[in-house]
Write a protein that binds this ligand. Structure first.
Ligand code: NAD
Length: 257
């Protein structure tokens, strides 16, 4: 693909593919389709058999384990990127976790440990990734993460992930300001509900999907491909004027009361 949307010659890291339903997989497909070369990570050996065929299909130049809770995993990924490519153009961070008992509780009742763990994996891991990416983004770059509308308004059953995603969105704004001088742009993509592994941990998720479809002006739900084409755009030079914002990919549901 030529023109302003081409990612030919660009190299990026995609973290968060669990299977072919993952938002990160939808993004990786379109980032690759637009011409980018990808590094793909998988959580651990248990996850590897599900991710490896997808990484092969994506012709990933690098395929490495990365559990953001393991000391040294992320550093090893960035060392491998530096050794192989010497530089990096974009990152897609599609990682979130909360312990089930905390996710299913009221925010008021969430544990200190569970809240902290959800914050670390779902929010601060993006900060650590950005810090490791910064020196490799010598020609500027695009840092992307995934958020959800439950940060902006109370969405039933989203519980402690609401405040966690609100922190993530604020982090996007601060890092956009801090990294802007180096030409590094920072984005949050906010899709509507999608049936993924992570989503299966949220109670009454089907109801949440029904409500989102009822609210959306065209009464449709977003797909991982729609998130993917948006990610490809935000990673491209065509989006050079955009940073620090939340891009909703939810068929407009967020504008409806
Ligand atoms: P998913 O289960 O396919 O992906 C979640 C990923 O997080 C998995 O690949 C998992 O391995 C990874 N992960 C969890 N703990 C990790 C750790 N310690 N280290 C490294 N990776 C870890 O589900 P998804 O819905 O595609 O989630 C991707 C992102 O999209 C998340 O940030 C999620 O909050 C966000 N999101 C999802 C929806 C939805 O409805 N599914 C809507 C809006 C935003």
């Amino acid at each position: 693909m030529d023109g302003p949307f081409s990612l030919a010659g660009k190299r990026g890291l995609v973290a968060g593919i669990a299977n072919d339903k993952s938002i990160a997989y939808g993004c990786a497909r379109w980032l690759r389709h637009a011409g980018a070369e990808l590094a793909v990570t998988y959580l651990n050996e248990k996850a590897r058999p599900y991710v490896e065929p997808l990484a092969e299909e994506l012709e990933a130049g690098l395929f490495l384990p990365c559990d953001v809770r393991n000391d040294g995993d992320m550093e090893a990924v960035f060392r491998a990127i530096e050794d192989r490519w010497g530089r990096l153009d974009f990152i897609l961070h599609a990682i979130a976790f909360a312990p089930k008992e905390d996710l299913h509780a009221r925010v008021v009742d969430s544990s200190q440990e569970g809240f902290g763990l959800a914050m670390d994996i779902s929010c601060h891991s993006f900060v650590r990734m950005a810090r490791l990416a910064e020196p490799l983004m010598t020609d500027g770059g695009s840092l992307m993460t995934l958020t959800y509308y439950g940060s902006e308004r109370v969405v039933e059953h989203y519980n402690l992930m609401g405040p966690v995603k609100a922190a993530l969105e604020s982090t996007v704004r601060y890092m956009a300001a801090e990294l802007g001088p180096q030409g590094i742009r920072v984005h949050a993509l906010s899709p509507g509900p999608l049936k993924t592994r992570a989503a299966s941990g949220i109670q009454r998720f089907d109801e949440l999907m029904d409500k989102a479809a009822a609210k959306a002006p065209d009464h449709r739900l977003s797909t991982i491909d729609e998130v993917g084409t948006t990610a490809a755009f935000l990673a491209s030079d065509a989006a050079s004027g955009i940073t620090g914002g939340i891009t909703h990919v939810d068929h407009g549901a967020h504008v409806i009361d």
